[in-house]
Design a protein around this ligand. Structure first.
Ligand SMILES: [Zn+2]
Length: 234
């Protein structure tokens, strides 16, 4: 069983960065919750949170929680801000183990890949409290800039926050070799089978026939063969 500690940056009285209608504390909580839900599909993972609501544990409290729980890995999720900035970057503490370097490398690569076409600001080092005070490999992700109009537009899309979360999960899966639960695999097989059968759906366009009656004939034949057939009158 691997214990993954998810820290949603800021919260409560501390909004974090604010810009163009968004607050960092809300975005980080949304992303962290999405990460937690996605990780629920995998075997042998325990997900721990520094907060699951709009509360403000101090930075030292967050690190202490992870240490006390003997978490194996720690990730703190943030959104950046400065007027001139754009893109994605990650931080690890100034002096780190090779395990942490590998952790940052994998997570950084997978999150960037999932985000798609955003600027890669690189893997950085910093003397940040949650990274300094945690005993396990720890990184901090800065997921775009809240006050950059282009980044902000992406951060307003729930589907983009899904990608950010998926990137974090892909990193854990790749690094730890996580396997999906048998029940999840079954569901996925069922869904794939359903999609395959739905592939039998046939559209018959009346406009494609010189005589509309021929379109109806074809539709009848297809129906007899077991295809889900529908007619478009154009
Ligand atoms: Zn922050």
């Amino acid at each position: 069983m691997v214990k993954l500690f998810l820290d949603a940056g800021h919260g409560g009285k501390d909004s974090g960065a604010v810009g163009l209608g968004l607050k960092e504390k809300d975005l980080t909580l949304k992303i962290v919750k999405k990460i937690g839900v996605l990780l629920g599909d995998y075997d042998d993972v325990q997900v721990l949170y520094s907060r699951t609501g709009d509360t403000y544990p101090t930075l030292s409290e967050r690190a202490a929680m992870a240490n006390k729980a003997k978490a194996d890995y720690f990730v703190s999720v943030h959104i950046n801000a400065t007027p001139s900035g754009t893109g994605f970057e990650t931080f690890a503490y100034n002096s780190v183990s090779s395990k942490t370097v590998a952790y940052q490398n994998v997570m950084h690569g997978e999150i960037k890949k999932a985000m798609g076409n955003v600027r890669d600001r690189g893997k950085k080092r910093g003397n940040l409290a949650v990274l300094r005070e945690t005993c396990m490999p720890a990184i901090l992700t800065e997921n775009l800039f809240i006050d950059n109009p282009g980044d902000n537009k992406l951060l307003k899309q729930d589907s983009f926050l899904d990608k950010v979360a998926q990137g974090h999960v892909n990193g854990f899966v790749k690094m730890l070799g996580l396997k999906k639960k048998a029940t999840v695999k079954q569901m996925e097989t069922k869904t794939a089978a359903k999609q395959k059968s739905d592939g039998k759906l046939h559209k018959v366009q009346v406009g494609a026939f010189s005589d509309p009656k021929n379109a109806e004939k074809l539709a009848e034949e297809l129906k007899k063969k077991g295809y889900n057939t529908y007619i478009v009158k154009e």
